[in-house]
Design a protein around this ligand. Structure first.
Ligand code: NAD
Length: 490
């Protein structure tokens, strides 16, 4: 895909620091590639700790004035940013598909989804209420107000290059925080375009600063943020090991943390489920973004009585998926993000087959399409102990596990250190309440495979992290409560 946009100035291979677009201090750059072809799209700034420090300096300087703006003034800028994102949907989608590989239709959907968080938090900015506490002692008045935490560092993954960063920056700005952000090394261009639009919307200099870096340099840049006491909060979406590292390293300055980490979502189909609806739900949840989402079902548990029929129905639908480059209007599955990802998927399938799993469809790389394509796959006869059961495959592979009763399904579903999303299909209303109550996950899909919404609280339990994004709760992570006690009033 050639990168000709309607507005080519949205391709920004530079850092945004204090309102100025600039290269890395030492002039270093690294290549961003198209996962469909391996070709270089652009050479972007390869930032170091010096650039990270400059971003923190700018955000710390900009904080008091941004904090002191009226909430509705912040909301107006967020609304203009939202309008600009929507108006530039085609360019953003094209940029995203080029660096990330997802089909254009999915990229357009992600632009709308990411923008919805900006609109949501523009509204929420004006609803940050405090409390007047009922009087406890004569002559004293007690109240609680909410204040922005300060400078926020946002670090994001490659699988949703726009939505993951938008749903951090928007609530931070709405709350009155200033932001330093580092998108993933595979997909910085979409995020940098988003920053360009924020600047166009009238965001004051230094309120949003963004830098790109290779993986190695990014670790050094983030280390500088972790050590800097002026950075009051880290908001991170990515893998659990990196989340744990950030939690450990931010302990020295006791930063507030939001961690949206990895998942290993179970998808349970009970005997009494509407099987067609369950297959449709699984297709939506499992194969979006080629299976590279944190809420993708990783383990599909099917009750013995419907196992064979469900497997057949699913395999027919999966075999019909069109795998093609993002530019093909018919594409449903694009390339995986990089060689590391495709090797992991292939190794999971090989491990399962070696241990007795059967391939109903797929199960192979599609090298004729390019370096990073994998065929959508359904595996049967999978069981505990296989890699597809205990690790996040992050690809278009649906392994089907058989279970006999409800208690066994719940035990298997919860038998993981992760707890982000879980799904189940049943038509028994009593079972709905029993199972929803027992599943250990932050997000539950009940007879539904598409769960994400800006109006809903998104986040995990256990080793999937803590903090919530979206909804009325999404601002709390960027606010601290100040208690005011006024005496001498009698
Ligand atoms: P990753 O953890 O490897 O990288 C995420 C970000 O952290 C990138 O920007 C990366 O450069 C940076 N990073 C990596 N090592 C670092 C270090 N030592 N110090 C500081 N920064 C570091 O994750 P990924 O492979 O990009 O993304 C996939 C993972 O993200 C999956 O586990 C997926 O489940 C998870 N994810 C979670 C959510 C959620 O909301 N819970 C959403 C999307 C993705």
């Amino acid at each position: 895909m050639s990168l000709a946009l309607t507005r080519n100035e949205l391709i920004r291979p530079l850092n945004l620091i204090d309102g100025t677009w600039t290269g890395a201090a030492d002039g270093a750059r690294f290549a961003v590639t198209n996962p469909a072809t391996g070709e270089t799209i652009a050479e972007v700034a390869n930032s170091s700790a010096a650039d990270a420090r400059a971003a923190t300096d700018a955000a710390a300087r900009a904080f008091p004035a941004w904090r002191d703006k009226l909430p509705r003034e912040r909301a107006e800028i967020l609304r203009r940013w939202h309008a600009l994102i929507v108006a530039n949907t085609e360019d953003l989608a094209k940029l995203m598909s080029t660096e990330q590989g997802k089909p254009l239709a999915e990229s357009r959907g992600e632009v709308a989804y990411g923008a919805s968080y900006v609109a949501w938090f523009a509204d929420e900015a004006t609803r940050i209420y405090g409390d007047l506490i009922p009087q406890q002692q004569r002559g004293k008045r007690m109240s609680a107000v909410k204040e922005p935490v300060g400078v926020v560092a946002a670090i994001t993954p490659w699988n949703f290059p726009l939505a993951m960063i938008a749903r951090k920056i928007a609530p931070a700005l709405a709350a009155g925080c200033t932001v330093i952000a580092k998108p993933a090394e595979d997909t910085p261009l979409t995020a940098l375009a988003l920053a360009a639009l924020a600047q166009e919307a009238g965001l004051p200099n230094g309120v949003l600063n963004m830098l790109s870096a290779s993986r190695e340099n990014g670790i050094a840049a983030v280390a500088d943020w972790l050590a800097d006491a002026r950075v009051r909060k880290i908001t991170f979406t990515g893998s659990t090991p990196v989340g744990k590292h950030l939690a450990r390293e931010s302990a020295a300055t006791l930063k507030k943390l939001s961690l949206e980490l990895g998942g290993n979502a179970p998808f349970i189909v009970f005997d009494d489920a509407d099987l067609d609806a369950a297959v449709t739900g699984l297709m939506a949840a499992k194969f979006r973004n080629g299976g590279q989402t944190c809420v993708c079902p990783n383990r599909v548990y099917v009750q013995a009585g419907v196992y064979a029929r469900f497997a057949d129905l699913l395999a027919t639908r999966v075999a019909a998926l069109k795998v093609a480059p993002a530019t093909d209007p018919q594409a449903q599955i694009g390339p995986m993000i990089n060689a590391r990802a495709i090797d992991k998927i292939a190794s999971h399938v090989e491990d399962a087959v070696k241990q007795g799993a059967k391939v109903l469809t797929g199960g192979k790389r599609l090298t004729e399409l390019g370096p990073n394509y994998y065929a959508p796959t359904v595996l049967t006869d999978t069981r505990d102990g296989m890699l597809v059961c205990c690790e996040e495959t992050f690809g278009p592979v649906a392994p089907l596990f058989r279970f006999d009763d409800e208690a066994e399904a719940i035990r298997l579903a919860n038998d993981t250190p992760f707890g982000l999303a879980a799904y189940f299909y049943t038509q028994d209303v009593r079972r709905i309440h029993r199972v929803a109550g027992q599943l250990e996950a932050g997000v539950i899909g009940i007879n539904e495979g598409a769960v994400s919404s800006e109006a809903a609280p998104f986040g995990g339990v256990k080793e999937s992290g803590y903090g919530r994004e979206g909804s009325k709760y999404g601002l709390d992570d960027y606010l601290s409560i100040k208690y005011l006690c006024q005496g001498g009033l009698d």
